[in-house]
Design a protein around this ligand. Structure first.
Ligand code: ACO
Length: 329
């Protein structure tokens, strides 16, 4: 019988655009206050991409760092998976744009859309491809330029989002099994609570659709909040069960960074101390598919977690989609 192929996480990387937009800056743009934003969300500042900086440019910088950490050259990658809701364009995929920028000439490439849960969906996809023996070295990226689909006149949403990218290299291994479990969920009946309607086949771009702001994010924040807490808690518990681990086995929980109050409510629901929860929302805002991987990269670089530690990533987003993964770094 063939030996089971395991997954080894070889390295991670991240990148944030240089420009920083603070809550004080936003006070000059819409009727809001630093006090409202920090108490309601925990966000103090976020990074914003330049006009000519696309999702693939951010992805490139994060990927270069991840490849360096993995000690692998781009030509060794045989699949590039990009999770994003802000692709460079509808097609070709951002993964293809990244492939050419990286010179990853031996890689297949495609994008994956699961909104803020995109990176967790990506881990599940990468795990499946590696365990089935189809691909050996996968570059998984979460990259977002949400500033480009934000309605900067809508105070309900424009204070929440930011830009950034994170990357992970996962590889086939006979000795490691670093992705212990992944749990995914979705419920499309909630599509009307968080969406960007314009530009697709349902509502093609017209002068009217642009005038109506349909090319920007719309969200019923309160309703999203209500759904996010139980679904993130459920996902966290299910992934632990699948991994055969207890809450106390996990060194660090890395939840999707959408709102500090959601993060605290989830921690309370699954009975974990905030001491074992990673938070960087104050300096990033919500960067959708890039939140968990950029946070993981920061936790590794800062020494908050060490080789061999168990980490759980948990996310929730538009769709709705949700998911969690228990990994060993
Ligand atoms: N500044 C000042 N006042 C504001 C602002 C602002 N930026 N935004 C809204 N308000 C006002 C509202 O107009 C409202 O005023 P009213 O009472 O006079 O009507 C009041 O503040 C309260 O608004 P709520 O929407 O009830 O505020 P809430 O406490 O729910 O916080 C928030 C809003 C931060 C959006 C929260 O609901 C939230 O974080 N929701 C979840 C978002 C999320 O998790 N998204 C995840 C996925 S994102 C993705 O997939 C791309």
């Amino acid at each position: 019988m063939n030996k089971k192929i395991g997954v080894k996480i070889l390295g991670t990387g991240s990148y944030f655009p240089k420009k920083v937009l603070t809550n004080a800056d936003l006070e000059k743009m819409v009727e809001t206050s630093d006090e409202w934003i920090t108490t309601r969300t925990g966000i103090r500042e976020r990074h914003i991409a330049q006009n000519d900086e696309a999702a693939s440019d951010l992805a490139l910088k994060a990927s270069e760092e991840a490849l360096k950490a993995a000690n692998l050259t781009a030509d060794k990658i045989d699949l590039i998976l990009v999770a994003t809701i802000t692709p460079d364009m509808f097609f070709p995929s951002t993964a293809c744009m990244l492939q050419v920028k990286l010179g990853a000439n031996n890689a297949a490439a495609f994008d994956l859309a699961a909104a803020c849960s995109g990176f967790i969906y990506g881990i599940a996809t990468a795990k499946g491809f590696i365990e089935s023996g189809i691909y050996k070295n996968i570059l998984l990226v979460g990259t977002e330029t949400l500033s480009k689909i934000t309605d900067w006149k809508d105070r309900n949403t424009c204070v929440l989002f930011g830009d950034g990218a994170g990357a992970m290299v996962l590889s086939a291994s006979e000795t490691n099994d670093d992705v212990l479990s992944v749990y995914l969920g979705a419920d499309g009946s909630y599509a009307d609570l968080l969406y960007m309607r314009g530009g697709g086949s349902l509502c093609p771009t017209t002068a009217e659709s642009v005038a109506a702001g349909m090319h920007t994010i719309r969200m019923e924040g309160k309703e999203v909040f209500k759904a996010a807490v139980p679904k993130m808690a459920l996902a966290a518990q299910k992934a632990l069960e699948l991994a055969g681990k207890k809450v106390s086995d996990v060194k660090l929980y890395i939840p999707h960074q959408a709102n500090m109050r959601i993060i605290e409510a989830v921690a309370k629901k699954i009975d974990i101390s905030m001491d074992s929860v990673f938070v960087n929302i104050h300096k990033t805002g919500n960067i959708s598919s890039a939140t968990t991987i950029t946070a993981l990269d920061e936790a590794i670089k800062s020494g908050r977690i060490q080789k061999g530690d168990l980490v759980e990533l948990v996310a929730f987003g538009g769709g709705f989609t949700w998911g969690a993964a228990v990994i060993r770094i």
